[in-house]
Design a protein around this ligand. Structure first.
Ligand SMILES: [Zn+2]
Length: 182
């Protein structure tokens, strides 16, 4: 889903788009905010915009946005794009060291076909401490052309060392439009 289709959060989305356009998005970011406000969708929009085959300035004023319809955008949305990896808790309810090691190994290689290899860590607070420690060095010195997006509603559950390496992008509650309340 491109930035323009994510509901709400226009100010922060505008800043993120600006950073992507200017190639100044920090290589490891922590996307925080309450549950159910679209953090995961926003992470997907970042992944799409970084790898879209036809990124463009959006009519709504965004510096750049994904087209949403090219092969890369469609495969990223479908979870089958080789340069976008999503880490999420498995059956055990946590994200393990092994999952992190696989991700770290992958970012060591050039992207297969995209411009950036994007690692989205969903529910990053469920990284076991050993997995967070395994990530530290990579978050500190991410390989060229890699982008880490840690997503969590509970950033305080992360180790200080992880938090300090990832500039935070805060997403607030969705404000209901007055007209929509009627
Ligand atoms: Zn596209």
């Amino acid at each position: 889903m491109p930035f323009r289709e994510v509901v709400g959060h226009r100010a922060v989305i505008s800043r993120i788009a600006q950073a992507v356009e200017g190639d100044s998005l920090p290589p490891s970011v922590l996307l925080t905010g309450p549950g159910g406000v679209g953090k995961r969708l926003l992470a997907g929009a970042i992944a799409q915009t970084l790898n879209c085959g036809a990124p463009r300035r959006d009519a709504s004023g965004l510096a750049v946005d994904a087209c949403g319809s090219c092969s890369a955008c469609r495969r990223i949305a479908g979870g089958v794009y080789p340069d976008v990896l999503v880490l999420a808790p498995g059956e055990g309810g946590s994200i393990t060291v092994d999952q992190v090691r696989v991700a770290i190994e992958q970012v060591g290689y050039r992207p297969f076909e995209g411009r950036r290899r994007v690692i989205v860590v969903d529910d990053a607070d469920l990284l076991v401490p050993a997995a967070q420690n395994a990530l530290l060095k990579t978050l500190e010195e991410p390989p060229p052309r890699s982008q880490f997006v840690l997503v969590t509603a509970r950033p305080d559950m992360l180790l200080d060392t992880v938090r300090s390496r990832c500039p935070r992008l805060r997403i607030g509650h969705l404000r209901r439009h007055p007209a929509a309340a009627a």
